[in-house]
Design a protein around this ligand. Structure first.
Ligand code: DGJ
Length: 732
């Protein structure tokens, strides 16, 4: 709901439990007034304390700079006396920066428009406020869009910058959102990590130095998320305030939270300004990616539930979102590059007998000599020396076994040793006269060049069609450097990284349009491109190459803190694990892979008969909870990352009739009793049947939540318990 007090020029944006208030100050400056729990009143302008300082510029022009440096701006500019972080910076024809944005008008529309070329949220019950600001010297206008969702506590923001004048301008910074809040002893929640240790949450006190979350790699990277949140000091899972921002974007991002000496906190989020410069010819526009904002008064879980609901309902589009997803087996850790058709078909046969639905052939099937991670990237045709009869034969054999077929691609890459490079050396990203740096022995293709996108579309379309693929894994195994394009003119090179991201989106969009049934799983050297932008194209994303169930506990905890578990790619790995060398029982590996989309990544022909027999049981158990994985509320009950001993989470259906709990005793401890765990999210009056597969007991919801459940201690490491809860009628 959007309220507009036209006389006072104040807007109030209400979601079910939150209010966001902004207004015009001194007839022209757009200021932030309030964000937090829902309030009834609209005019909270007293919070600006305008009478306490030197006053507004129209009354006291002698102190306009002081005013600029103190007002909580909705979209702060650079160069006019606000010495804090800005959201927009523009260079004029004289090479100077600086602008002043003043209120012009507003429009309220009963919809949410898509963003040209960018992923964007959508929905039926959403209203959008568009506020136009302009700089009369530069003839530049900026339209701030606020989309207010009626079923979830989210407001999304994006910005359209338009050159209305007759001179070219250069946009050197264009962030998506700014939030101005008075400090309440906040901490900042962000994410860190590395390859095989992705998405680890981190909290630090917000003092007066900035806390940033940023990427320079051209993708989000393993070491961060396009996310920042201010949380009350000592906020817990269930209590405290959380103000979170998350960017729907898959390239370089920049987030910063900083508190000034007057305890005013400014938090901004958007495209990384370093290396960014977009030329705006007269009449040209630039649209920023969309930022998702949410406020929770119920601690971290409140934020988690909102983001999960929002992404499931308003961002993921795939027809697979709520459909039963195929249980897959991926060839990568089973055979790496070392396979023949016969070997693959042995795997397929065993997998089909075990009830697995989809066989995914990972890296190594294409071009010539792709028997190691170098060569052939860009040559998206089957290596028939390795796979005689080609993908067609393989596909027919897979389908004869009643399975679906999926394939790996790494479309953004090119190898020096490839037909593509010999034909189009100019398609490699590089700067003048410099040989580009290699990473995994590969280079980046120039995705700003439409001919590159067309080439890839044509090749991929052909393979998907001819091999009858149901699934593709889109990988991306390096960061982008040597950012130079032979296609773009000199004054547009600063757009290259953003154009790369747009190219990725365009190619995925074209494939989805052509193959609406195709299930895409995005991936980037594990989880280096796990971001909301990717969710718009693929309902599942590969979360990490580290499938070790112990390591996955922390990776999963961080990922699931901000993403629905239905999009977290999780596989049962082999043991000992290839990354950690750890040996974990098959049952535990199976239970832990139920944390997301369920699959296997091991050589099924080499596991024991007992393990093979366990697979149909594991699939049955997963099928039993798949609806919960896709639609339920996820609760963190205990974190191994924090306690070093055990981990527990649970998922409860929206109607609270059904739930599952996954417990893992990572390390056995001498002289230890059973462990008491308090469940969450249940109906306190409801009687539940609780079954661990061996015994079944009945407990009421309030008992499980207030008195807790006892998980027996076992004298073994790496033991998991999988509990199912079903509501039952009370006996009369
Ligand atoms: C990195 C991915 O994360 C792996 O799953 C696998 O697909 C390899 N690339 C293949 O090169």
């Amino acid at each position: 709901m959007i309220f507009f007090d036209e006389k006072k020029q104040i807007w109030k944006l209400d979601t079910p439990n939150t209010s966001y208030i902004l207004g015009v100050v001194d007839g022209k400056y757009l200021a932030h007034l309030y964000y937090g729990a829902k309030v009834a009143d609209t005019d909270l302008s007293y919070l600006l304390r305008l009478s306490e300082g030197s006053g507004v510029p129209s009354k006291n022009p002698a102190e306009s700079v002081g005013f600029m440096d103190g007002l909580p701006f909705e979209y702060p500019v650079s160069g006019r006396g606000d010495f804090r972080e800005s959201c927009i910076s523009v260079r004029n024809a004289a090479g100077q920066e600086g602008l002043e944005l003043c209120y012009v008008d507003c429009e309220i529309v009963q919809e949410k428009e898509p963003l040209q070329g960018l992923p964007a949220s959508f929905g039926e019950n959403v209203n959008t406020l568009k506020i136009r600001l302009s700089d009369e010297v530069l003839h530049l206008s900026v339209i701030l869009s606020y989309s207010v969702f009626e079923d979830v506590d989210v407001i999304t923001r994006s910005v359209l910058v338009c050159n209305d004048g007759e001179q070219e301008l250069f946009l050197t910074r264009a962030l998506s959102a700014c939030l101005e809040i008075e400090n309440e002893n906040f901490e900042v929640l962000s994410f860190t990590g590395s390859w095989s240790r992705e998405h680890i949450p981190e909290r630090q006190k917000l003092l007066h130095s900035a806390v940033t979350a940023e990427s320079f790699r051209g993708v989000g990277g393993h070491d961060g998320q396009p996310f920042l949140a201010l949380v009350s000091e000592n906020a817990t899972e269930d209590a405290g305030k959380v103000y979170a921002m998350h960017l729907i974007y898959s390239g370089n991002f920049y987030g910063k939270a900083k508190c000034n000496p007057h305890e005013q906190v400014r938090m901004v989020l958007g495209i990384q300004p370093e290396g960014f410069c977009c030329k705006l010819e007269p009449g040209e526009t630039f649209c920023t990616p969309e930022a998702v904002m949410t406020f929770s008064g119920q601690g971290i879980s409140g934020m988690t539930h909102t983001l999960h609901d929002f992404y499931r309902q308003h961002l993921i589009r795939s027809k697979w979102k709520f459909a039963e997803r195929p249980v897959l087996i991926n060839s990568w850790e089973a055979v790496y590059f070392d396979f023949t058709t016969e070997k693959l078909l042995e795997i397929v046969k065993e997998a089909a007998m075990a009830g697995i639905d989809l066989f995914v052939l990972d890296d190594g099937w294409f071009g010539k000599n792709r028997n190691q991670p170098s060569g052939a990237l860009g040559d998206w045709f089957c290596n028939e020396e390795k796979l005689p009869g080609g993908l067609k034969r393989l596909s027919e054999e897979i389908k004869k076994q009643g399975m679906l077929f999926g394939l790996w691609f790494e479309p953004e890459m090119i190898s020096e040793d490839s037909c593509l490079y010999r034909e189009h050396p100019e398609w490699v990203l590089h700067t003048k006269d410099r040989r580009p740096g290699l990473c995994r022995d590969q280079w980046m293709l120039d995705f700003s060049n439409p001919a590159v996108i067309d080439y890839l579309y044509e090749k991929m379309e052909k393979v998907i069609d001819e091999a009858g693929l149901s699934y593709i894994k889109w990988d991306m195994n390096r960061g982008i450097c040597d950012v130079g394009s032979e296609y773009l003119p000199a004054d547009r090179q600063g757009e290259l990284l953003h154009r790369h991201v747009l190219g990725v989106y365009e190619l995925q969009e074209r494939l989805i349009e052509r193959f609406p049934e195709l299930l895409i799983e995005n991936c980037s050297s594990g989880g280096a491109r796990f971001d909301p932008g990717m969710l718009y194209y693929s309902p599942q994303i590969w979360c990490s190459d580290d499938m070790d169930p112990v390591e996955r506990l922390s990776i999963h905890e961080g990922t699931a803190m901000i993403y629905p578990i239905s999009c977290i790619g999780s596989h049962v790995c082999k043991s000992p694990n290839d990354i950690t060398g750890r040996e974990v029982p098959f049952a535990t590996r199976g239970i832990q892979a139920m944390m997301g989309t369920f699959g296997y990544e091991l050589d099924i022909t080499k596991i024991s008969e007992e393990e093979k027999r366990a697979i149909p049981e594991q699939i049955k158990a997963y099928r039993g909870i798949q609806k919960l994985v896709q639609e339920g509320d996820y609760w963190r009950l205990a974190s191994y990352r924090e306690n070093g001993l055990y981990n527990v989470y649970m998922v409860v259906s929206k109607d609270k009739k059904s739930a599952y709990v996954i417990y893992m005793q990572v390390l056995a401890r001498p002289n230890t009793k059973s462990r008491r765990v308090f469940f969450k999210g249940l109906d306190k009056n409801q009687l539940y049947q609780v079954s661990d597969g061996e015994k079944t007991e009945c407990f009421r919801g309030d008992v499980l939540m207030q008195a807790g459940y006892l998980f027996p201690h076992r004298q073994r490491d790496f033991v998991s318990v999988f509990l199912r809860l079903e509501a039952v009628e009370d006996e009369i």
